[in-house]
Design a protein around this ligand. Structure first.
Ligand code: CTP
Ligand code: MG
Length: 168
């Protein structure tokens, strides 16, 4: 039990910059869209209207800031700063990849794609951070298992608070 809680805590601590990077655009995003309204060869939008430049940059800044705070708290500033940046960049790229795949499948912007919506950001974040912080399988598995319920719960909270128009 104690050991389980410890793995859970260290998994959350590790992945926190990715969570913040993924959530920040919901509040801070808007304006110019990343794909500039352009369409892919299938005639559908590349990423769609839900992916904005400001959201991307705000997520990158917010996730990196969390890494910086973790670095200050632990006395390993450069390590956590780099880790925060990589986790945030990976999370945002993974989120873009998720939207790219959704558009290719003909799923409209904002419509749900169970699994893809909750996991694409965290999988790419883990990949991006792996050269700097190789993780054990327990931690990777823990992160993969806890992320979908946390993502759904925070999205529901964002909906209740009026930041999102949909509860998922
Ligand atoms: N957002 C943003 N820029 C990003 C990512 C997200 O501005 N790079 C904002 C948008 O307002 C978006 C909201 O955060 O609507 C929620 O993000 P997400 O659920 O990932 O986008 P969806 O609108 O659901 O679009 P998609 O179907 O492509 O997932
Ligand atoms: Mg969505």
């Amino acid at each position: 039990m104690n050991e389980l809680l410890q793995i859970l805590g260290s998994a959350l601590w590790f992945i926190l910059p990715a969570y913040v990077a993924n959530a920040a655009p919901v509040v801070l995003g808007g304006g110019r869209v990343i794909d500039g309204g352009r369409r892919f060869i299938d005639g559908r939008r590349i990423f769609g209207a839900g992916k904005t430049v400001r959201g991307f940059l705000a997520g990158l800044a917010a996730g990196t800031l969390v890494g910086m705070l973790q670095g200050i708290a632990t006395g390993s500033l450069s390590h956590y700063l780099a880790l925060g940046f990589l986790l945030a960049l990976g999370a945002l790229m993974g989120d873009l990849l998720g939207s790219f795949i959704k558009r290719r499948l003909g799923i409209k912007r904002g419509s749900a794609a169970l699994g893809l919506d909750q996991l694409s950001f965290v999988v790419v974040a883990l990949l991006a951070a792996s050269p700097l912080a190789p993780l054990g399988w327990e931690k990777i598995l823990t992160i993969i298992v806890i992320t979908p319920p946390i993502h759904l719960a925070t999205n529901f909270g964002g909906y209740k608070l009026g930041f999102k128009s949909r509860p998922y």
